[in-house]
Design a binder for this molecule. Structure first.
Ligand SMILES: [Zn+2]
Length: 205
């Protein structure tokens, strides 16, 4: 019943985070209805992402490389950031939420996902997280950090991941704190408002 290009689009977009087949079909029909200009704008935006955005080699946040590309994002490159405090977060949007509070001046490490007990994590995600955990260990070895804040959501997956990270970092001798204690159980960092995030940051232990 549906033309093949629509089916292909729906299959592709249904795999995006937070989007299922129903939303995906709505987007497909909406785009076709909007006409070629909207579709071209989307295509340009995609190409812009592909060409002009890179992932920081140190913390894995995104950045737009300037003329001299040292592989680092704006945060990692900023000498005014506190080089002794590192916040470990699940994803980019969590970093953005914490940055909005303007209370945290340290550096970040983005895991790119969470770990789940009994390997319930998808293989692809688990691979990324494990690679980034190894990168974290290296990073902590080579730099003089004093505190690592586990800024992971107080959810089952967040707790499990925090335990795993704490276990890996145990021998490092660093002060390890958990951010999310002021947050309600089940709260996702991404959706936490600024005031709650500020008290979570200040109440870390
Ligand atoms: Zn960075």
């Amino acid at each position: 019943m549906l033309p093949q290009p629509i089916k292909n689009f729906i299959d592709l977009f249904a795999k995006f985070p937070g989007i299922g087949p129903r939303q995906s079909s709505r987007i497909a029909f909406w785009l076709v209805r909007q006409g070629p200009a909207k579709i071209a704008a989307l295509r340009n935006s995609m190409e812009d992402l592909e060409r002009n955005v890179k992932i920081c080699r140190q913390c894995f946040f995104v950045y737009a490389p300037g003329r001299s590309d040292d592989g680092l994002c704006d945060i990692c490159r900023d000498p005014k950031r506190d080089q002794k405090t590192l916040a470990v977060v699940e994803k980019e949007t969590d970093l953005v939420t914490i940055e909005k509070t303007r209370r945290f001046r340290g550096l970040y490490h983005i895991l790119g996902g969470v770990l789940l007990p009994l390997s319930k994590t998808s293989e692809q995600d688990e691979k990324i997280v494990k690679l980034r955990l190894r990168a974290l260990e290296e990073r902590l070895k080579n730099r003089n950090f004093e505190e690592v804040i586990l800024a992971l959501s107080p959810t089952t997956a967040g707790d499990y991941t925090a335990q795993e990270v704490a276990r890996i970092l145990k021998s490092s001798g660093l002060k390890i704190t958990r951010l999310a204690m002021g947050l309600p159980r089940g709260a996702e960092i991404e959706f936490t408002d600024e005031d709650t995030m500020v008290s979570a940051l200040e109440g870390r232990k």
